[in-house]
Design a protein around this ligand. Structure first.
Ligand code: GRG
Length: 296
């Protein structure tokens, strides 16, 4: 399997579906829908929707049935990036290689664009139940787990803890707790929701959930490493910001080499979780391996 081609094909599929789900950019309140489109279509990796589709595929499920939820996950992720970039939070000027939403528009519009994407995600997911007749209980479980992962029990809670921790010296367990909420929860929810929508057995769903947790932590460690070693042109944002903001990071606590070793360990743990699955799980194997060489 050629991962580069797989990623490009999946990204195209997701971008096409997102186009369909985006609200029209005319009429009352058009400014907010223009801003929603601007940030959503600014060119992210589409990692969360790709993971969701790959997990559905890994358990023999139908990719097209998981596609609406995959798009909803990308909307929730984009909302979190828009709000994270605001002056009240990370105060960033660049995201995905382009001016952040509040720089391109203004702060109020950026807040509303984030709110608009978050709520639209739930419109899309609740409509899935109407399309998958007879599987409403599964869809409801998926909506519930994504809501929990995005909210104060997950990403929002992790973001709060991360902001409060700025300038403090944290230990490894505290960093791990913050990141498993801030970054890991939505990534894990993406994998778990795909496995559920794909009709995975409870055992397969449990394996894939643990895969998602390892993926989430490995993703955060490699994100921290990129902040130390990455190139602005490849990352679409400035490196070195964690140090500047006195953020607690894995390389900051462990050193670059040990952090890299930790990421490798998590990647092999994630792959072990896939051992019970067949060749349909190959994209998930390749995706987690890719974390170790990613440059953005
Ligand atoms: C504002 C509720 C709220 C939460 C913000 C996701 C997040 C929480 C903050 C983003 C800060 C950050 C850079 C975290 C590190 C991991 C991360 C989420 C990176 C960005 O995700 P990618 O690499 O981005 O998947 P693309 O642009 O490819 O979608």
């Amino acid at each position: 399997m050629e991962l580069k081609t797989y990623l490009a094909e999946r990204k195209a599929l997701i971008d096409q579906a997102l186009e369909k789900y985006l609200p029209p950019v005319e009429g009352q309140g058009a400014r907010v829908t223009v801003a929603m489109r601007y940030s959503l279509m600014a060119g992210g990796k589409r990692l969360r929707p790709i993971l969701c589709l790959a997990a559905a595929e890994a358990v023999g499920g139908n990719v097209s049935e998981a596609l609406p939820v995959a798009c909803a996950l990308e909307m929730i992720h984009t909302y979190s990036l828009i709000h994270d970039d605001l002056p009240a939070m990370d105060d960033d000027d660049l995201r995905r290689g382009q001016p952040t939403c509040h720089k391109k528009f203004d702060e109020a519009t950026a807040i509303l664009a984030g709110d608009g994407l978050l709520t639209e995600a739930f419109v899309i997911m609740s409509q899935v139940a109407q399309g998958l007749s007879g599987r409403n209980a599964v869809v409801l479980e998926v909506i519930n787990l994504i809501a929990q992962a995005a909210g104060y029990r997950g990403m929002v809670g992790g973001q709060m803890a991360d902001l409060l921790a700025e300038g403090q010296s944290l230990g490894l367990p505290q960093i791990e707790a913050i990141h498993s909420l801030k970054t890991g929860a939505l990534l894990t929810a993406a994998v778990r929701s795909g496995a559920l929508l794909g009709g995975g057995s409870p055992k397969a769903v449990a394996h894939l959930t643990r895969y998602g947790q390892c993926f989430g932590l490995a993703f955060q460690i490699t994100d921290d490493l990129l902040d130390v070693e990455g190139q602005a042109a490849e990352m679409g944002k400035a490196p070195g910001m964690d140090l500047l903001r006195q953020k607690a990071t894995y390389p900051g606590i462990l050193g670059v080499e040990t952090a890299r070793q930790q990421a490798r360990q998590l990647v092999s743990q994630a792959k072990m979780e896939l051992a019970a699955l067949g060749p349909e799980a190959e994209p998930l194997r390749e995706l987690v391996q890719y974390l170790l060489i990613r440059r953005h």
